[in-house]
Design a protein around this ligand. Structure first.
Ligand SMILES: [Zn+2]
Length: 422
């Protein structure tokens, strides 16, 4: 049978969303795909790969433009609109055009369109999709021991000494993406009750779930939420692949005070004092960088936040913070019981930043009285605290903390994990 069918559109996900929001959608050049070309060009002294489309007609979806009140379906979407460019990992939001008034020329309008079409899907927090494949069956450090590049035995080469399974595995096993339907509702409900959006946790930080792993070091005997942690990068260039440094594992339920279990476990051998959780990660190009204590604080803020994984910052962590906050404000936002440590850190950072001629503000933000930590606040309130510390309003901070976007840099897990499904 011929499985090519003319009733189908090339991007059903986009088409169905458009039908849902705009009702009437006109398809032109049905079935015409584009050829994607890779070009290489110099930019700021770095060779960058770029993807481009070969010229030619392509499938488009036309609807009535909601911005100018057009009734002749003159807002036209490329079928690849809002898909991820596989080289820059950015959403292709520019592939839309209003032929009436040029309404979607600026990025705010495009973002608004994106929210209109896809945000609802996020808000209803629908987790009935299976996304986790056999994560750990692949060779972890390249090829399975003793096998050459193509899977043939590598001749003559002596085999390296066997590596202990726990050392070889970068992450516990088994693992599930937090949005996977295999993750029990108890864990999902626990996160939801704390006000986290599971899709966001997955898209921005690749948050995972492990029911139990007795072979990992330390052994995970309770169901836990796993947060992968990456090694800091010398630069924030997109084309550098971050490397996994280890993981943090938080209990996937509220701890009973009677239960003698540690709330957080960290991979053995991972030097917490040499890392910042959330860096590299979803850091926007603008706005302040916020240093908090734990990973849930980072999740609460949504973007531009890193965690020290403790109440004090090592010398190296301070350097990383200074590097991350180059030419932008730096805000220290620790828990209420760490006021002394926070003040000390702010003074140190302020001094060190002044010494290198950094003239952006280094300030201390504190949770309002009665609130224990950043994660206890709502996202808007947490950013209000930061804005108040900088004596500005939230709208002046220049960040888009509600933006729905996958992290630009946290790509190294993709060798083990699939992309967020369409
Ligand atoms: Zn228009």
């Amino acid at each position: 049978m011929n499985d090519f069918c003319w009733d189908r559109v090339l991007n059903e996900r986009l088409y169905n969303k458009l039908v849902k929001v705009f009702q009437k959608v006109h398809v032109t050049n049905r079935g015409c795909g584009v050829t994607i070309l890779e070009t290489v060009e110099w930019s700021h002294g770095i060779l960058r790969k770029r993807s481009q489309f070969a010229p030619g007609s392509h499938e488009e979806y036309a609807v009535d433009c909601p911005f100018c009140g057009d009734k002749k379906h003159r807002l036209s979407f490329h079928y690849l609109w809002a898909t991820e460019d596989y080289l820059s990992h950015q959403l292709r939001l520019h592939l839309v055009n209003c032929h009436n008034e040029d309404c979607v020329r600026n990025s705010d309008a495009r973002r608004e369109l994106y929210d209109m079409l896809f945000r609802k899907h996020w808000d209803n927090d629908d987790c009935e999709i299976a996304v986790t494949p056999d994560l750990i069956r692949r060779g972890v450090n390249g090829n399975p021991a003793g096998l050459g590049r193509r899977g043939k035995p590598a001749h003559d080469k002596p085999l390296p000494p066997p590596i202990k399974r726990s050392e070889r595995r970068p992450l516990p096993d088994p693992l599930f993406a937090i949005i996977d339907k295999a993750v029990p509702n108890e864990a999902k409900d626990y996160l939801r009750a704390r006000g986290f959006n599971l899709h966001e946790l997955w898209a921005r930080w690749r948050v995972l779930y492990c029911p139990e792993d007795l072979e990992s070091v330390p052994a995970l005997r309770q169901p836990r939420i796993i947060a992968p942690i990456y090694s800091p990068q010398p630069t924030m260039q997109i084309q550098e692949r971050p490397t996994l440094a280890g993981w943090a594992a938080r209990l996937a339920y509220e701890l009973d005070p009677e239960e003698r279990v540690r709330k957080y476990l960290f991979r053995l051998g991972m030097a917490k004092s040499e890392l910042l959780y959330g860096w590299p990660g979803p850091i926007q190009r603008r706005g302040p960088i916020v240093a908090c204590e734990g990973m849930t604080d980072v999740w609460r803020l949504g973007c531009n936040a890193v965690a020290l994984l403790g109440k004090v910052a090592s010398q190296l962590q301070q350097e990383l913070l200074i590097q991350a906050a180059e030419r932008r404000p730096l805000v220290v936002f620790l828990d209420n019981d760490a006021k002394k440590e926070a003040e000390k850190l702010v003074n140190l950072l302020r001094q060190r930043r002044r010494n290198i001629g950094e003239d952006h503000a280094t300030v201390l933000a504190t949770p309002p009285p009665g609130i224990k930590d950043v994660a206890e606040l709502s996202r808007a309130d947490a950013w209000q605290c930061i804005a108040a510390a900088l004596r500005r309003s939230v709208t002046q901070l220049g960040i888009d903390y509600d933006a729905v976007q996958a992290p630009l840099h946290a790509k190294c897990l993709l060798a083990y994990l699939p992309k967020l499904p369409a």
